[in-house]
Design a protein around this ligand. Sequence first.
Ligand code: GLA
Length: 413
Amino acid sequence: MPASNSPARDSLLDRARSAFSDRYGGAPSTVGRAPGRVELLGNHTDYNGGLVMAAAIDRGTVVVGRRREGRDASVFAANYGETDEFSIDAIDRPEAGTWARYTRGVCWAVSGWAGPLRSGFEAVVLGDVPLGAGLSSSASLQASFAWFLIAMGAVPDESPRVYSGESGDAPLMELAQTLRHSENEFVGVGSGLLDQFSSLFGRADHALALDCWRLAHERLPLGDPAPAIVVCDSKTSRRLADGMYDRRRAECERIVSAYCDRIPVEGGLLLSMISREWLEVEWKRLDPVGRKRARHVLSENDRVRRGIEALRSGDVAAFGRLMSASHASSRDDFENSSEALDRLIEAAESAPGFIGGKLSGAGWAGCTVNLVEADRADDFAEAVRARYAQDTGITAEIHICRAEAGASGWTMQ
Ligand code: GLA
């Protein structure tokens, strides 16, 4: 069994096992586990073919289960007390916005990638990633479920490669793309690769960098001692699928369509492939909104480039300053922050141990992510909580996290 450094992880697993024996009787044979993530730099750059940096965190999802005779699947979501039953040979879409869309979507996409699943199964899913907060509970659910299927031997052909990890990261990147395909085509959310990549590729005390166009990636140490990753939940929430995300995506596509006659690219032009010089030469092609969005995405790619350099040279303070600049660019040019998120960032900036902070994920609500000197994380949390409550009347929920290993799966004896 892979070692877990986290007592919270182990207790999640124990609770999932006991929910399994209550619901199905006996013991599960197999576990899949996957973390949520924070976005450290690269806000709304992923679907624009740009650069992102993230970290997997020690909040996640576990799936425990075992094979079943026949071709039926039963999945019990312990957080909701709900069961979903379906045939693995005819996977249709449940209602939008349900957890079952994600788990069925994984079966659908993995079957399309590696061939029909070998057997039916029964499984329990349990997670502790705060929902709707921008920490990608959904990618954590997808990745843990995929690893459960792989570790159980339900996935033909590709499974030994992925499971043993012997062939390195290439099959994992294929799995990340398969899970993104599931979210885009089955679940119906047009997100980029950031979330699935982060949940699968995480490493303890490391940041993850991804070039979403070339699919090159790197794991970079966050320092020694690594700073705490402090997630401040504004307790305001907005669903990714409820319109604003798609609107921003469409605005970015409009920018690209203003340039694609001048810059033909096989496979389609993406915003990150347009240089700043080019944009500025042809600036008049864009309306004021387009100019702001373009300025954000291109300057954000630049900040990620500098962020990678900063971590390569061990300069976490410089990395922190880039995070704060990223927040300002999201707020002013991409316009996906909110009053609550801005207040949380202001509270963080004056709190002890602050290194840098920004909104995390889609934006408009949810969480900020802050790097904080590890031994001052508790003081930091207390100061932010007090100041945010004073400014807004809302009690923020604060999670002191560390960067964790990515998804894994194993069988239990
Ligand atoms: C959400 C999406 C990601 C990414 C971020 C913004 O978290 O799921 O793919 O686009 O928003 O950077």
